[in-house]
Design a protein around this ligand. Structure first.
Ligand SMILES: Cc1cc2nc3c(=O)[nH]c(=O)nc-3n(C[C@H](O)[C@H](O)[C@H](O)COP(=O)(O)OP(=O)(O)OC[C@H]3O[C@@H](n4cnc5c(N)ncnc54)[C@H](O)[C@@H]3O)c2cc1C
Length: 239
């Protein structure tokens, strides 16, 4: 790998669900960690004697404490996540690159922002939303559309709900594909009907999409069919 690696301290590891963990990682004090909301870091892991790298979006907003949060779902057959879940504990060391990537916000936010995500795809979008809110950046309206299967899969549920309640222009739409109206009072089905409804008037907006490939592909096609320019449809694929 060409990028320089930094030996970082794992401060904490917190279970978010049965299969998702939040990893709090601190870069060395002599590193100036200067990243943009939406970027990712590459984690380099010694697996069976061979260095193996995987990319992970930073779920936390930029801060001055050199600490980042990663939100990672276990792939039981996957070499990288198996290593992270089996061996990485608080006080472990982990080698990371500096944050990289172009899935970031524009310099000024002039129109509505629509975040569309599934699963851990919420990570970079949470970083962006918290950055905008914490920095008091001017924005018109933010919509976080989050698709999952079951209620228990909704990552950052309480936090997103609180943002929804506390900020008039932040709207959170958790949508579940495997719950029924008996078990879930919110929207059921997929993310697509939600943004198609919100933006039925085709008002100017920028869309940030992250998550499962099938969702990502379909969302791009549907948004283009609605008349949105490709330049306003930004995406990060995890495949
Ligand atoms: C920009 C980006 C951001 C991401 N952010 C997140 C996130 O925030 N949270 C999250 O849970 N996941 C994220 N992912 C997915 C993550 O990088 C891994 O693919 C995922 O964790 C599964 O890894 P695994 O090793 O467990 O599975 P595996 O199936 O072992 O590997 C997953 C991927 O790595 C490739 N791969 C396999 N072997 C090697 C090798 N030796 N060297 C290099 N690549 C190999 C495979 O082709 C496969 O695409 C992100 C991916 C990208 C590209």
């Amino acid at each position: 790998m060409k990028q320089q690696l930094y030996e970082c301290d794992v401060l904490d590891v917190v279970s978010e669900t049965d299969v998702v963990r939040r990893f709090y990682i601190k870069y060395p004090d002599d590193v100036k960690l200067d990243f943009k909301a939406g970027q990712f870091a590459i984690v380099d892991m010694p697996i069976e004697g061979k260095y193996t790298h995987r990319e992970y979006s930073i779920a936390s907003p930029p801060a001055f404490d050199n600490i980042i949060e990663l939100c990672i779902v276990l792939n039981p057959e996957g070499a990288g996540t198996r290593y992270l879940f089996d061996y990485i504990k608080p006080s472990s060391k982990l080698n990371l690159t500096l944050p990289i990537g172009k899935f970031t916000l524009p310099d000024s936010i002039d129109d509505d922002i629509c975040f569309i995500c599934t699963g851990t795809g919420i990570a970079p979008l949470r970083s962006m939303a918290l950055y905008i809110i914490n920095q008091n950046l001017p924005y018109k309206s933010m919509h976080m559309i989050f698709g999952n299967r079951y209620k228990g899969d909704i990552l950052y549920h309480k936090e997103m709900q609180e943002l929804h309640e506390q900020h008039d222009n932040f709207h959170f739409y958790p949508v579940l594909s495997r719950e029924t109206p008996d078990t879930w009072h919110g929207p059921t089905g997929y993310v697509h009907t939600i943004y198609e409804e919100i933006f039925a008037d085709k008002r100017p907006a920028t869309f940030y999409i992250c998550g499962w490939t099938a969702m990502l592909k379909e969302a791009r096609q549907r948004l283009e069919a609605m008349g949105y320019d490709r330049k306003r449809i930004k995406f990060e694929s995890y495949d």
